[in-house]
Structure formats: C-alpha cells, structure tokens
Design a protein around this ligand. Sequence first.
Ligand code: HEM
Length: 219
Amino acid sequence: MLRNTRTRVRLALLALVAVASFAVPSSAMAAVSDGSVAHNQYSSWISYLYAFGGSASASSPAVYDDQGDSDRTNDVVTFGFTSTDTDYTIANPFAGSGTVAFEGDLFYDNASHYIDVDISDPQVEIPSTGSSAAKLTAVVSYDPLEVPGPQVANPTTPTRIDLYDLDLSGTFTPGASVHSWADVPAELTADGAFAFSGGGHGGYSAGQPFGTLDITAEN
Ligand code: HEM
C-alpha cells in the first residue's frame, strides 16, 4: 500500500515537471517587435530596366538606394517593419519561427517595354532559423504583355503571391533578442517568374536567382 502511494506521488511529480517544462511564460514567447529586410537587387534586372529607359523606385516606408554608383550593380531596397501579421518568435538564441512582416512599395517601370511590376508589403516566412524552405510573399501586380499586340496598359489586380524561395542555410547569426540572416539567396518562384516575364512571355523562369536578402527580427 505504502509502495503504491509512493509510486503515485512519484508519477504525480513527474507529470507536474512535464507540464512545467512546456509552460513557458507568455512574455518570453511574444512575437518580435522590430525587424528589417534589405533586398540587394539582382543587377541584371536593374541594368535591363535602365538600359531601355526604365527605372526602379520605392515609396515610403520602403526606401530605394542606388548607392550612388552609376553602373547600378549594388542597388538595395529596404521595407518598413510592421507588427501587423508579424508572429516570428525567438524561442532561444538558436531557435525561432514565424513570419516577419513589412510595409512599402517597390516599382519597376519601363514604358518602352511595357514593364510595370509593383511589389508591396513583403512578408518573410521562416519555418526555422536554418530552413531551406523559407519564402518571401508580397502583394504583386504586373502588366501582362499582349501577344500578339497591340499592347494595352491593363495591370493585374494586386495579389499576394509566393515571390521568392529563400534558403537560410549557413546565413543565420543567433542571439538572445536579435536573430539575423545575411546574404540569403532569393530565387523567383513560378508565380514570381510569371510576373517578371510579362505573364510568361520570355524573361525569367522559376528558380532564377534574384539577388540576396539581409533580414533581422528583434525583440
Ligand atoms: C514589347 C516589349 C518588350 C521588348 C521589346 C523586350 C525586349 C527585350 C530584350 C531585347 C531583352 C534582352 C536584353 C539584353 O539581353 O540586353 C529582354 C530581356 C528581358 N525582358 Fe523584355 N522586352 C519586352 C517586354 C518585357 C516585359 C513586359 C517583361 C516583364 C515584365 C520583360 C522582362 C524581361 C526580362 C526579365 C529580361 C531578361 C533581363 C536579364 O537579362 O536579366 N520584358 N527583353
């Protein structure tokens, strides 16, 4: 009888320890309150736009920086952080998961080639700090090429799509309150490539390397 009681007490204590180890205080598991994303532009795309009289620009809180160099090979666009839709949580210095959300608009225009691609409010989805299956979604619209012509300006309704596949392996710097990723390779998804080819008419296809991202998420 005594033995049974002891066993029950032991089991009850074990159960308590198990529950306690999962019950992390909610303040320690809150979503991050700040973050940044900088997209180092794919220079071949920017060169193409400018070679034929086009431009790349942004509207606040996104900022477009041509770095003041005439060959435009180092252009960077940064977006503003928003807590709306951000649920990335730093679990410990080495682990975290969730979405970091941003605001702002990026415009790629070239009237002579009927290029009108707008990218807004990107969100970086991070399954784990070293995931090779992270992605960036954004609200995208583009002007499909009419084939055959004549061309008309009929941009698509802005729609959130998976824009870039991101491979975070080897890019992560851990931290108790800041997680950061540097030089993350971005590749166009199939939907992204569709927008960057005027609706599937040449240009890029899925898997096209499309610059790199620097990302931070901060408590
Ligand atoms: C009638 C309209 C267009 C004409 C005449 C045209 C012409 C061209 C030409 C000549 C090139 C090769 C440029 C080079 O190698 O230096 C090119 C490349 C390209 N075009 Fe267009 N284009 C047109 C419309 C579009 C549209 C609407 C899009 C997408 C929104 C687009 C996306 C691209 C892309 C992604 C490339 C490859 C750029 C690179 O080399 O990285 N084009 N186009």
